[in-house]
Design a binder for this molecule. Structure first.
Ligand SMILES: [Zn+2]
Length: 176
């Protein structure tokens, strides 16, 4: 837990918070399911606005609408923004347009790979569903000599592949 160094600052009009500061703070809120990447890097945080009263509104699009991590995300965002003195925070969930794995930043893709989770391949919006999962790159050896074992891994967001070169399984964050 970071020390509350500037807890006197509030989101009141008299001390208008800067959106950039809020974005900065949100950069440190991790994805509850993949703690090596932030909600911003995953493209889950879509926008931040400030009302005239100084209330911060954070718009998020969860990766899967049923993701049980949603409540954790909302709590973590509010806690983090409270730490920078932003007491009044509303979180709005945007389901349209639906989250796309194309929104994952390049930095986050590299972090996923180092975490041992194959990043989803980029697609051109013509992705048609699970049957379309045809490629994965092994995060250990970069091999594409893989077979899909299970399209639902430990969470809905992940598929399990088997790498024939490593002769071991790995998980992939599914394209969406
Ligand atoms: Zn491999």
């Amino acid at each position: 837990m970071a020390p509350l160094t500037d807890s006197k600052k509030t989101c009141e009009v008299s001390e208008k918070p800067r959106r950039s500061k809020i974005w900065q703070a949100l950069q440190t809120v991790k994805d509850p399911e993949i703690p090596v990447v932030s909600l911003v890097e995953m493209g889950i945080v879509r926008d931040v606005t400030l009302t005239e009263r100084g209330e911060a509104i954070v718009y998020i699009t969860p990766t899967f609408s049923g993701c049980p991590a949603l409540h954790v995300m909302q709590r973590d965002i509010k806690e983090r923004l409270a730490e920078i003195g932003c007491k009044s925070v509303a979180i709005e969930i945007r389901l349209s347009p639906p989250w796309s794995s194309n929104w994952i930043s390049d930095e986050a893709r590299e972090k996923l790979r180092q975490f041992g989770l194959a990043p989803p391949p980029r697609h051109h919006g013509d992705f048609i569903g699970l049957a379309d999962i045809s490629t994965a790159v092994c995060p250990r050896c970069d091999s594409t000599n893989n077979t899909l074992k299970n399209s639902f891994g430990p969470t809905l967001c992940r598929a399990i592949w088997y790498c024939h070169d490593c002769q071991d399984a790995f998980e992939q964050f599914k394209p969406l």
